[in-house]
Design a protein around this ligand. Structure first.
Ligand code: NAD
Length: 255
């Protein structure tokens, strides 16, 4: 089947669905200028995850994590939602079909695009906390510490280590957020998966749950994923190009 036919099928899937859940990964933000981790040229080529992104190493060498964070932060601050983020906002705000986005991303771009219900299963860079006294910090406070050259930033109250509320390898995913995500997948009639290699667990267990519970599945990803064989429609391509095409076909089908 050619891509045009797949786009039409995708639009038809969306048309007949009323409780859509989206599951997104780093790939959806690549066209906003934030690289993913695993693709060639991705962040892992520069920052070995075992060194820069494990909780155990964070406790020994927090400056490594914060150096990587600073680079990601500069990209996140200048990034704007791209047409794929905006397509998901349209599906929620104009069509009322998209009920929730479950995202592995920590870049806040879905909220900035206008989506109102976003479950951030890998946490957020918007807030941080002191690992010693649990004092909470807003993004801007921590950014000020970084701009003053404090790497790693330390708690002004107790000198403890400050950590963003993102999930490093070796940390538990937030239980309540994962529970809500599971419930949403079970409530869904269609799961739209965009820009995820579907290899990072336990997050990737959510698309598996959708398969096990018989949900319709649409995948938009630049490369093949292990879930493509279970999808009703799997489209290989750039999310920022494919998603607007699906939306304009949907518009034609509905009008
Ligand atoms: P991943 O790096 O494992 O996979 C990204 C997938 O997106 C790949 O399969 C790639 O082919 C695809 N992709 C790349 N560009 C694309 C595009 N323009 N359109 C469609 N697909 C595209 O990412 P992951 O599965 O999300 O897991 C990596 C982890 O790293 C996540 O858990 C996330 O927390 C974190 N991360 C987040 C950000 C962010 O917040 N933007 C960026 C990098 C990594």
């Amino acid at each position: 089947m050619n891509q045009e036919d797949k786009i039409k099928q995708a639009a038809e899937l969306i048309k007949k669905s009323n409780y859509i859940v989206a599951f997104t990964g780093a790939g959806i933000s690549v066209e906003s200028g934030i690289p993913d981790f695993r693709s060639p040229g991705g962040l892992w080529e520069k920052y070995n995850p075992n060194e820069y992104a494990t909780y155990s190493n964070f406790l020994i060498h927090p400056e490594k994590y914060w150096t990587m964070h600073k680079e990601l932060r500069d990209m996140v601050i200048t990034a704007q939602p791209n047409p794929a983020h905006l397509a998901l906002a349209t599906l929620e705000l104009e069509y009322g079909k998209l009920k929730v986005i479950i995202t592995q991303n920590v870049d806040f771009l879905h909220s900035r695009a206008g989506n109102t219900k976003v479950l951030e299963i890998h946490g957020t860079t918007q807030t941080s906390r002191c690992l010693s006294c649990d004092k909470r910090f807003h993004f801007t406070e921590v950014e000020a510490f970084l701009d003053q050259g404090q790497i790693p930033p330390r708690c002004p109250q107790c000198e403890g280590l400050i950590k963003t509320n993102t999930i490093l390898f070796g940390e538990q995913l937030p239980y309540d957020v994962m529970e809500q995500a599971r419930e949403e997948v079970i409530a869904a009639d269609l799961l739209i998966i965009i820009g995820s290699s579907l290899t990072v667990y336990p997050a990737a267990a959510l698309p598996s749950l959708a398969v096990q519970t018989g949900k319709r599945i649409l995948i938009v990803n630049r490369e093949i994923t292990p879930m493509d064989i279970y999808a009703n429609v799997a489209i290989r391509g750039m999310a920022g190009i494919i998603m607007p095409k699906i939306l304009s076909t949907l518009k034609e089908l509905i009008n």
